[in-house]
Ligand binder design. Sequence first.
Ligand SMILES: O=C[C@H](O)COP(=O)(O)O
Ligand SMILES: CC(=O)C(=O)O
Length: 209
Amino acid sequence: MNPSVEDVCRLAPVIPVLIVEDVATAAPLARALCAGGLRALEVTLRTPAALDVIRAMVAAAPDAVVGAGTLMTPEDVRAAKAAGARFGVSPGCTDRVLDAAEAEGLPMLPGVATPGEAMRAAERGLSILKFFPAEANGGAKALGAWASPLAKLRFCPTGGVSLENARDYLKLPNVLCVGGSWVAPKDAVAEGDWARIEALAAEAAALTA
Ligand SMILES: O=C[C@H](O)COP(=O)(O)O
Ligand SMILES: CC(=O)C(=O)O
């Protein structure tokens, strides 16, 4: 059974956003992130290998909750679900993608960048959203200003979030967790430096407001 989006966002303070080119790195990458304490993993559908990466991570890391990011179309949603994704993430929020996710029973964390987009998502019954791209949209100061008027909504800010600024987001009352790629740097993945990735994950997992 799929976890709820809230369950996914409460697993750890950070959801790694992963762009994986080589399926051979999927299993050790997922294991390193989980060993460091990050269990919700977002594999973006931005590489030809992404669906195989999801399959490989699901098989190799039973503790991980593997989701698919960059879902742009209903076909992406169906392919991600078929590959074993347990949640979906999208840079934006479209009816076609949300309809497909509902039909597939795939919990969705869609992206919004304005209060109007957040209100439209709330009208569809969603209460947990990605704030994207967070830093470019005004960062923690902007998202903090949404907390009072959009009091029922919670967010996972993503885009430009780092170890240095993550706490500014995590201390906001409307933030459940943050998303970021910094925990799996491209060079560390290419070099197979799983110890470094585990250490980055542990540092991220220990983040508190
Ligand atoms: O497209 C960007 C991803 O959502 C993650 O952003 P980031 O690389 O700034 O952490
Ligand atoms: C931006 C992001 O997290 C996504 O591509 O789904």
